[in-house]
Design a protein around this ligand. Structure first.
Ligand SMILES: [Zn+2]
Length: 126
């Protein structure tokens, strides 16, 4: 919380006299909410940064401050949550691929094709 917001909360909690009326309470509550929103906004990185952090955390753990900021951003931003899901899906899909291609897939170029290609390359220089 920003120092001002904390101060306001403190004033509300330790007010010796009740506030004048309901409208005053409403205004005070609204001010506190605005401060909270400001504070969360300041904690949260923008979308570009959130995207970068999501990729980065797949390679190594983030610092606690970055993790906190990213968490706040992901609570607020449906687009970055979706991006994160897609990123994790792609990663798991690529990790489930076998290292070697299945038999018959990459046996090299058939000799006839190789021959024709070599022929074309030779003729291309002429
Ligand atoms: Zn975002």
């Amino acid at each position: 919380m920003l120092p001002d917001a904390r101060e306001d909360a403190h004033k509300v909690a330790h007010r010796s006299q009740p506030p004048a009326d309901a409208a005053a309470i409403g205004r005070m509550r609204m001010r506190l909410l605005m401060k909270l929103k400001e504070t969360l906004g300041a904690l949260s990185p923008n979308c570009r940064e959130a995207v970068r952090l999501q990729s980065e955390q797949m390679d190594h753990p983030l610092g606690w401050w970055q993790r906190l900021g990213l968490k706040v951003h992901l609570m607020l931003c449906t687009w970055c949550r979706r991006y994160g899901r897609q990123l994790r899906f792609l990663r798991s899909a690529s990790q489930n691929q076998p290292e070697e291609p299945p038999a018959g897939v990459a046996q090299g170029m058939p000799p006839a094709v190789r021959e024709r290609l070599a022929e074309r390359l030779r003729n291309a220089g002429k």
